[in-house]
Design a protein around this ligand. Structure first.
Ligand SMILES: Cc1cc2nc3c(=O)[nH]c(=O)nc-3n(C[C@H](O)[C@H](O)[C@H](O)COP(=O)(O)OP(=O)(O)OC[C@H]3O[C@@H](n4cnc5c(N)ncnc54)[C@H](O)[C@@H]3O)c2cc1C
Length: 502
């Protein structure tokens, strides 16, 4: 995937997608597969907005059952099944233990009905059937869990994903199918003729060069930035998106081999403690947010809330801020509605403004394929030819060679080969080719992970990584690792500098 800014001004595209989050990248992927001439730009890196600040779940959303959103849960469960099947290297099954305490907002009978209904809605797509758990079974599954007032629980199954990579795989596939994509290109205004949008004015954030991109149709898949763009198009436009902030923290060490779903005591919300890259992902909060999406940040009270709620169920294990590896905050771009943030529907909506701009709003990461498909159906009504093709991701396909054999053949650690397969799918061979070209790139970046230097080279040469952060958070996802030396960061910076100077 080459970042070639010059080509954006050389033709009129069928479709310009603004926003390289999951929705934008998926729309570009599907539209390119349908034969459209597509361009996509993002003012940051791919997935640098909401799409990498998630709980990392591909799930039906068991908590939406309380809001009676059975259609949303059903659709998401179906999507979960397809992604587990087609992208098994990035989306994997995960068991959830739900311990229930005497005064919990959701009593045991309710949780039992909930998981039964969840599996019923999954139908043939169920991962593994739910189970009822006794107190003894729960303490066996989650060592150190608070036993006082514990009345029992349930276990059910969902899936976990690498959000940054799923998004990038859509971008890479779109590029493979002929789309022109660029990160670090900000759309600053719209071009209009007779009140109708004909393209955009854009700025290369890396060079400050400004240019125009012309397109027959422009789709805004800009998540939390939607209201700003609606007003850029029409200063009197109403806000359509309600942004609510969600904070996560990554805590040193794995609290349990399975995920744990809990009801918060403070506000009765559901939150999770999830195993994530050898550590624990704790989240999330859900509070209304009114400032600029560019400034969203983690506040002390967010961290206090999450640590307090996690501490409640691990009373003998003092949780300290010193053991927090990292924190991150994202904004849910929900379609505007009244009521408590957690009660606002996660359904998506696609609307066209008077000037012909198409806005994609709301939705969940899990249902991104459906959102892209609906967006293209919407475009088809506008007479753009389209044959809905099947979704493919860049690394999809069967990998038959066992890791041990590959490791022996290439003189690599088996753990490294597993990382390569679980990051790139069938494209892991491209990393092996780099290693063949330069055996020095076999070196591990750091003691904190089996990732190797060739992956950094690949990220720069083939995955459009521009900065150290792009590589740490959105190509190799090693930022979540517990790294005492930070040697990986230094080595990445050195390799980047070597490549940028040539
Ligand atoms: C805390 C939290 C947890 C979540 N957990 C889950 C989960 O576990 N599972 C699940 O299914 N869903 C989850 N979601 C929902 C999911 O993350 C979102 O629905 C999804 O990521 C939205 O993607 P998007 O592409 O619409 O927006 P984004 O990912 O925000 O992408 C929008 C992009 O537009 C770009 N942009 C903005 N302005 C401009 C401009 N002027 N020019 C060019 N580009 C621009 C931004 O840089 C950004 O990259 C969660 C959301 C949050 C906040």
């Amino acid at each position: 995937m080459i970042r070639d800014i010059k080509r954006f001004s050389q033709k009129e595209y069928d479709l310009l997608v603004i926003g390289g989050g999951i929705n934008g990248c998926a729309i570009a992927n599907l539209a390119s597969g349908a034969g459209m001439k597509v361009a996509l730009v993002d003012k940051g890196d791919f997935a640098s907005g909401t799409s990498t600040k998630t709980t990392k779940l591909i799930h039906g959303g068991i908590r939406y059952l309380e809001n009676f959103e059975f259609d949303l849960v059903y659709e998401a469960l179906h999507e979960r099944f397809i992604q587990l099947k087609t992208v098994p290297y990035l989306v994997k099954p995960l068991g959830f233990v739900v311990p229930v305490y005497k005064k919990d907002a959701r009593p045991l009978w309710m949780m039992r009905i909930g998981v039964w209904l969840y599996d019923f809605l999954s139908g043939a797509y169920v991962i593994e059937k739910h189970r009822y758990l006794t107190v003894r079974q729960i303490t066996g599954l989650v060592p150190g869990i608070k036993q006082e007032d514990l009345v029992g629980g349930v276990m059910y199954y969902d899936a976990q994903m690498d959000d940054a990579r799923v998004c990038l795989e859509n971008a890479l596939m779109a590029d493979h199918l002929g789309a022109h994509l660029a990160n670090y290109v900000e759309v600053t205004n719209f071009l209009k003729r007779n009140g109708k949008v004909t393209g955009v004015r854009a700025r290369d954030v890396l060079t400050e060069h400004t240019f125009e991109i012309k397109a027959k149709k422009v789709v805004c898949a800009i998540g939390p930035w939607t209201n700003h763009f609606l007003r850029l198009d029409n200063p009197r436009a109403r806000a359509r998106v309600r942004t609510t902030k969600g904070v996560h923290l990554v805590y040193r060490g794995q609290m349990a081999p399975q995920a744990i779903l809990l009801s918060s005591q403070q506000d009765k919300r559901i939150f999770f403690i999830i195993p994530w890259k050898g550590n624990s992902l704790i989240g999330t909060t859900d509070t209304d947010y009114f400032d600029s999406p560019n400034q969203v940040s983690v506040k002390e009270e967010d961290v206090d809330y999450l640590l307090r709620e996690a501490q409640r169920i691990f009373p003998d294990k003092p949780l300290s801020k010193d053991n927090i590896i990292t924190t991150f905050a994202g904004l849910r771009p929900l379609v505007h509605d009244e009521g408590a943030p957690a009660k606002v529907s996660r359904k998506h909506v696609i609307e066209e403004t008077y000037s012909g701009l198409i806005f994609v709003m709301g939705g969940k990461y899990t249902t991104y394929r459906k959102i892209a498909e609906d967006c293209l159906q919407f475009l088809r009504r506008n007479r753009i030819p389209l044959a809905l093709s099947q979704f493919h991701l860049y690394g999809s396909g069967a990998i038959n060679a066992p890791s041990q054999e590959i490791a022996q053949h290439c003189s690599l650690d088996e753990a490294t080969v597993d990382i390569l397969k679980n990051t790139y799918g069938i494209r892991y061979q491209q990393i092996l080719k780099l290693v063949e070209k330069n055996p020095q790139w076999k070196n591990c970046l750091c003691s904190c992970s089996p990732a190797i230097e060739a992956q950094v080279v690949y990220a720069i040469e083939s995955e459009m990584a521009q900065t150290k952060e792009d590589i740490i958070w959105r190509r190799l996802s090693i930022g979540y690792n517990d790294c005492p030396t930070k040697q990986c960061r230094e080595r990445i910076q050195q390799i980047l500098a070597e490549f940028k100077s040539t």
